[in-house]
Structure formats: structure tokens, C-alpha cells
Design a protein around this ligand. Structure first.
Ligand code: NOJ
Length: 762
């Protein structure tokens, strides 16, 4: 109690006064009175965010003298540590030693779980299950907040159509409709109840359009038409803002000539004026300083540019700290601009409840009770099962019987280091269940399991060195590749079935992990080729943080189960699916190309004046929008994913084929489970607008519903379509719809749909 004394005396006085004001003004009044006491230096101090040097390393510059700066009122927040004692020590300094006792924000990259690690976000998006994702965010908030974290750098909502970019693993794929629903669910999950000790502030990132970097090359530039932005790339950020996200992180990329952290149009006009965002913005790691590398001037120029553009807090670099006072004296930055930035940061602290209790999130007993609980792990397993996508199963080799001899082969089969996937700051790989462990747990004494590594993840020494920078994910066997192959094939030839566990190492995706060749590394393809020669049924369990090019695998393997990176319970979840305890239901949220040369490849493409359609145009066409050496089609289209059962789609029944005005149109379709397993299907609604004032996509996702059917069971699935679903941005960015014909498509993926025409009048 003594600890809080100075702090509470100060704030108690203010709080007594707060009571006399209407509730909605309490925060305003409190912050006004606090800011009246703050010096300019202290206000600038609030705009400073430091990275703890011995925490999660996520950039190349490091913050210095953190404790001294906290004591001097030169720090608004700290990120990168989840060591509760370290957090408490820093909060003690802020509360007891700084002149105004202003508590700190403690941020962390909680990307797919805190200590209970869930599948990588791209994997989770394949569940198309927003309730599940909301709960993932909730559990992550529970765990992170119990270790002192009050601010999470998530969700990442960058739409991307380019699987070369390593950070596709952090997002929800290529579609703005699904991406928006997921963004909303995650924000709501984290921010459930401000003021409670398990509610954290979300930080949506990376604003904006980072997913469209040229060539998929990390940190590269983005140049994009306004129509493209508004129609396809901005909706998920907007959805997060509409869901009340408390903070937004700027992106590293240059956007049409001005990097986000210095882009006034983006941060002030779009975000604040158009979208009415009320929270605070934070730059990405050293992104303010990097404005100089972009060629925008010296330290003072870039600081002024960033602050005046609307970057409120600077993450690492301290250019604000060094220059803002001088810039004010020189008239290049106004006191008002600093006040505005300081105010929104203080408001966030107020909202979180930190002024009432700076130790709200610092309670060592909670951590012991709330982290990696059985319930959390069980849920993580459930989420992993929902994230897996069955890409091939022909003939029905899966599910497997838990008997006989099963050869589990591959460099990812027993690799704890790779199960969690990229970007799990507080995750501990030693808690991860490998595929081999999971299969053994499931089969128990009923069958025989043989394990062989068979190959290294890659034998490419450069790739290995770069991926292994932080931890040894790609281990190199003492044996030669030939010896490993021989060992594996000899063992596999004794088995009834081969489960080949292959793919990418965890850090082959994530930040700074772009690839030009998005295939399975050669060493592992050689392994698959050798295993194929045994003639045994070959099942590929595929680890990947991005769509891969899988033509050979698709032609050669009997089944492919894409498991992304499933998190803490990966192995148990995989066993449940392989042996049929859970029937896979995931659907991919990025198109899988046949060849890298097709990238960017996405389902909601434009038609062009000369679109090439393989079926219609044949193989000897000329003067078409095509390639001489590959078709335009993906190997697996957006929304694709198989089940152990089969679903039959009936015809679409419309409530009215000629709706008018704001009428709600109902489109119903009967789905029948025609296979022998119970299973869940994600029914997808797409709309085509064949004639418009600007060119439109060939179709856009506008709805999805999950339906669970017993074998032989049928259910009607109904979508309600309103004019909002028909709207688009025209050349003047007017968002509206036109009367006329529309095609309603409902199906199992973006390619295989039933369709019905409607004529909608105004
Ligand atoms: C850089 C990354 O781009 C961003 O996603 C992350 O939140 C920050 N570093 C902080 O670690």
C-alpha cells in the first residue's frame, strides 16, 4: 500500500473532482488538469516509446538509459519485455520517481497468443471462424495482461496478394471482406472491457498497405491507385477503427511518395477526419528515423514531418525527444501538435485504467494461474484443428487407421523449434507438441511408429544462416543427404503408410523473410521423390507460413494436409485430423499459385479486355491476357479446402429476382453431406457486378456461413443481401451501387459456385 502512496494522493485529488463531472467528461477533465501541470519536455516524453534491449528483438536500433528516462519523465511506454518483475520495476520508477507519476504503457508483440501459442494468423484465418478468433484474442489478452502487458501490437490486417512477402503469415490473407470481419473480432477480443485487469489495448497494423510492397520484397515501396486502396486494401484497417481499436501502428513502406510515418493524408486526413479515429498512432520500429533513409531530410525535418503528419508516438529512435523542443522554438512544430499527440496517449492510459491503478496488470499470482492452463491448451488445439486445410485426398487415404506401421518421416516431424511458427515473442518452443509426439500420443500401443528425419529442412547454406539468426530451426545432420535418404526410404518401405512432414522452417516467413522461390526446399523435395518410389501411400503434412508452389507435390502425393504452424498443440491437433477425430474444415485465404511467375495472383481479379479462359479459349489462343507457359489459374483457389466428407450444393433460390431499393434479398441454397463422415462446411457468397462505372473484380466475397452436417443430412443456408453488398468506389471515390444486373454466386470456394442472376432497381 505504501508503494502507491505518493501516486494515489496525487490522483485521488483529481478523482474526487472527477466525480463532480459528467461521466463522459471525466477523462477529458482529468487529462486537462494533468496536462496543465506538464512541462513541454514532459509532454514530449510521453511521445517516446522504448524497446527493452534484452527483450524480444524486433529491430536494429536499441533504446538506452531507459530507467533514467522514465524517472525524468521522458518515456510514455516501453515494449518488448514480459518479465513481470522488470515491468514492475519500471512502473515503480514512473510512479514514484517521475515528477508527475504518470504510469507507463507496456507493449508486446502478442501475435498469435502470448504463452499458449495458437496457429499463425494466416492459418487461423483459414478457420473463417470469427468467434474462435475473438476467443483467441481474449485468451491472449488474459495471459499477456497477467504478466504486466497492457498493450498488444496486434492485429496485423495488411491485405496481401503476394506470397513472396514473408509477412503474409501474420495476416488474414487476400480478401478485404474476410479480413475486415477478422480484424473486428480480434480487436473486440482484446479490448473486451476497458478498466478490467485482463483487457488490453489493441494496436492495428501496419497502416497502411504494407502488404502491397513491390515484388513482395520486405520494406519496399507501395504505389497504388486510390480505387485499389479503398476497395481492396483499406477495409480491414477501417473495420478495426470502427470496432474501436485504441491504437494504430504506421507501416514502414513508402506510400505513393510519402512513407506512412510522414504521410499526412494517411494519418490525418483519412484516419482522423474521414474515419474519425480517436486513439493514438505509433510509428513502427525506428520508422521515424528511417524517413531520412527514404530521402526526406535531416533529423529535424523528418521529426517535424512525422509529428505534423500525425504520428503521435515514436517507437525507438528518440528523434522526437531530441528535436521537438527546438522545432517548436523554430516554429516548425506547434505546441498544439505536441499537445494533441500527448493527449491521445494519456487518454489511452486513462482508458486502460492505469491512472486509477498503475499496477492493475501487475499481479504475480495471476500469471501463475492464467498461463498455459489446460483450458487454454485445449482451446489452442481446437483452433489448430480448425486452421488446417486438406488440399488433396485422392483416393480417400485419409483419415488413417491407428494401427499397422506408420512411417513418420521428415525434418519437421520432430522439431519443437519449428512448431510454433514465426513471431511468438513469449512463446516457448519447449512446450510445443511435435507431429511425432502427437501421433505417438494418439496411436499409443495400437500401432508401430517409425521415425526418420530423412533430410535437412534445407541444404542451402545461405538460407540456413539467415533463418537461424535467432534460433536453430534448421539443424544440419552429420550424415550426407544421400545417407539420410537411404535411411528414410529403407524405414518407410517397412511401413503401411508414410506421413511425410515437410515444408518451411518457422522463420522462413515473418518479418524480413521474403522469398523468390516459394517452393519446398530441394532437400525435402528429394526426400518426397525418394519416398514416392517406395510405392507406399504418401501423405504430406505441410508446414508453411505462406502459399507455396505445390504442383509436383499435388501430382505426386496421395494426400496433402496444410497445417501452417499450429502453435503449442500442433502435434496433437495434427494427429486428431490425420486419424479422423476431427474432420478438416479449413479453407485457404490466399490463392496458391501454380508458379511464382503468376504472382500477384488473387481471386478478385479484373476481367481485362482480353481475359484468357483455358476452357473457352483452348491452348492455341493468341492476343489474350495470358502466359505462353502457364495458365492463369491458381493451383488452389481462394476459399478452397476439402473435407473427409463431400458436400453437394443445390441451386440458389432467391426471395425475389427483381429486388428494388433497400430491399433485403434472400439467397438460399441447400447443402447436403453426401459422404460418410459428419463435417463442417464454410459456405461462401460472392457477388459479380458485370456492368459498372469503373472496372470491377470478377467477383467479391460478400458473406460466409459455417454449417455442420451429419452424414446424409441437408440444411438450407440463407444469405441476406442488401445494397451495401453491391457498393463500390467509383473513379471519384464515391461509394455507391448502380441499379442493374448482378450475379449471386454461392459455393464451396471462389471457383466452384452455383449462380443466379438478379436485376436490382433503385
Ligand atoms: C517491427 C514490426 O514491423 C512490427 O510489426 C512490430 O510490432 C514492431 N517491430 C515492434 O516489435
Amino acid at each position: 500500500m505504501k508503494l502507491y502512496h505518493r501516486f494515489s494522493t496525487f490522483f485521488l485529488i483529481s478523482f474526487i473532482s472527477i466525480q463532480s463531472f459528467a461521466q463522459k467528461n471525466a477523462s477529458e477533465y482529468f487529462i486537462d488538469s494533468l496536462m496543465n501541470k506538464m512541462s513541454l519536455d514532459e509532454k514530449i516524453g510521453q511521445l517516446n516509446l522504448a524497446a527493452v534491449p534484452d527483450g524480444a528483438i524486433t529491430g536494429t536500433e536499441f533504446s538506452k538509459d531507459i530507467n533514467q528516462k522514465i524517472a525524468d519523465g521522458q518515456m510514455g511506454g516501453v515494449f518488448g519485455t514480459w518479465n513481470i518483475m522488470e515491468i514492475k520495476a519500471m512502473q515503480d520508477i514512473a510512479v514514484n520517481k517521475s515528477r508527475l507519476h504518470i504510469p507507463l504503457l507496456f507493449g508486446l508483440d502478442v501475435i498469435h497468443g502470448h504463452k499458449t501459442i495458437f496457429p499463425v494468423p494466416l492459418g487461423m484465418s483459414c478457420s473463417w471462424d470469427t468467434a474462435l478468433l475473438r476467443q483467441v484474442a481474449r485468451i491472449s489478452a488474459d495471459e499477456a495482461s497477467s504478466e504486466g502487458i497492457n498493450w498488444v501490437f496486434s492485429p496485423m490486417v495488411d491485405i496481401s496478394r503476394d506470397p513472396r512477402w514473408g509477412r503474409v503469415v501474420e495476416g488474414a490473407g487476400e480478401d478485404p471482406f474476410l479480413g475486415s470481419q477478422i480484424a473486428k473480432a480480434i480487436v473486440e477480443g482484446y479490448q473486451q472491457n476497458f478498466g478490467a485487469n485482463n483487457t488490453v489495448m489493441a494496436c492495428v497494423k501496419h497502416f497502411a498497405l504494407y502488404g502491397a510492397v513491390v515484388g513482395g520484397r520486405e520494406y519496399n515501396s507501395v504505389d497504388m491507385s486510390p480505387q485499389q486502396m479503398y476497395q481492396y486494401y483499406l477495409p480491414p484497417y477501417k473495420a478495426a477503427v470502427d470496432a474501436g481499436v485504441g491504437s494504430i501502428m504506421t507501416s514502414f513502406n513508402d506510400l505513393n511518395g510519402l512513407p506512412s510515418s510522414g504521410n499526412k493524408w494517411l494519418l490525418s486526413n483519412l484516419l482522423r477526419k474521414q474515419w474519425k479515429f480517436k486513439g493514438f498512432t505509433v510509428s513502427d520500429y525506428s520508422a521515424v528515423g528511417e524517413l531520412a533513409n527514404h530521402g526526406l531530410g535531416d533529423e529535424k525535418t523528418i521529426s517535424a514531418l512525422a509529428l505534423n503528419a500525425g504520428t503521435n508516438m515514436e517507437m525507438v529512435g528518440e528523434h522526437y525527444l531530441h528535436t521537438l523542443k527546438d522545432l517548436i522554438n523554430e516554429g516548425k512544430v506547434s505546441v498544439q501538435a505536441v499537445d494533441n499527440a500527448c493527449r491521445v496517449i494519456l487518454e489511452a492510459k486513462y482508458k486502460l485504467g492505469l491512472f486509477q491503478n498503475p499496477y492493475l496488470f501487475i499481479n504475480t499470482e495471476r500469471a501463475a494461474k492464467e498461463i498455459l492452463t489446460k483450458a487454454h491448451k485445449d482451446f489452442a488445439q481446437q483452433v489448430a484443428e480448425h486452421s488446417f486445410v486438406l488440399l488433396k485426398n485422392n483416393p480417400q487415404v485419409l483419415p488413417l487407421q491407428s494401427k499397422g506401421t506408420i512411417a513418420v518421416i521428415g525434418p519437421l516431424a520432430d522439431s519443437k523449434a519449428n512448431m510454433l511458427g514465426a513471431w511468438n515473442a513469449a512463446g516457448d518452443t519447449s512446450n510445443a507438441i511435435t507431429v511425432l509426439d502427437g501421433i505417438k500420443n494418439f496411436v499409443g500401443g495400437k500401432g508401430t511408429i517409425i521415425y526418420r528425419k530423412g533430410a535437412n529442412i534445407t541444404d542451402d547454406s545461405l538460407l540456413k544462416r539467415r533463418v537461424n539468426i535467432f534460433k536453430n530451426e534448421i539443424s544440419t545432420d552429420e550424415r550426407t543427404p544421400e545417407q539420410m535418404l537411404e535411411d528414410a526410404t529403407e524405414a518407410a518401405s517397412k511401413a503401411n503408410v508414410i506421413v511425410a512432414v515437410v515444408g518451411e522452417a518457422a522463420d522462413m516467413t515473418g518479418e524480413s523473410a521474403s522469398r523468390t522461390h516459394i517452393d519446398i526446399p530441394e532437400s525435402q523435395r528429394n526426400l518426397l521423390k525418394a519416398l514416392k518410389k517406395t510405392g507406399k501411400p504418401l501423405i504430406a503434412v505441410l508446414f508453411n507460413g505462406r502459399p507455396l508452389t505445390l504442383k509436383w507435390e499435388n501430382d505426386s502425393c496421395d494426400a496433402i494436409l496444410d497445417v501452417w504452424f499450429g502453435g503449442t498443440e500442433t502435434g496433437n491437433a495434427i494427429a486428431d485430423v490425420l486419424f479422423g477425430r476431427y474432420n478438416p474444415s479449413g479453407k485457404i485465404t490466399m490463392s496458391f499459385p501454380k508458379d511464382e511467375g503468376q504472382i500477384p495472383l488473387y481471386y478478385n481479379r479484373k476481367n481485362t479486355g482480353r481475359y484468357y479462359d483455358e476452357k473457352r479459349d483452348g491452348l492455341s489462343s493468341k492476343f489474350k491476357s495470358d502466359y505462353l507457359d502457364e495458365s492463369n489459374d491458381p493451383l488452389f483457389p481462394f476459399g478452397y479446402g476439402l473435407s473427409y466428407t463431400t458436400f453437394l450444393y443445390g441451386n440458389i433460390q432467391l426471395s425475389n429476382a427483381r429486388p428494388s431499393g433497400n430491399e433485403a434479398l434472400k439467397a438460399t441454397i441447400k447443402i447436403t453431406n453426401t459422404g460418410k463422415y459428419a463435417g463442417e462446411e464454410t459456405v461462401q457468397l460472392y457477388i459479380t457486378d458485370p456492368v459498372a462505372r469503373v472496372t470491377r473484380s470478377v467477383e467479391d466475397l460478400q458473406g460466409f456461413k459455417k454449417v455442420f452436417l451429419q452424414s446424409g443430412e441437408s440444411k438450407d443456408v440463407t444469405f441476406t443481401i442488401i445494397p451495401e453488398n453491391l457498393k463500390y468506389y467509383d473513379y471519384d471515390l464515391k461509394y455507391d451501387w448502380d441499379a442493374g444486373d448482378f450475379i449471386i454466386r454461392i459455393g464451396t470456394n471462389s471457383r466452384d459456385t452455383q449462380s443466379a442472376k438478379v436485376k436490382w432497381s433503385k
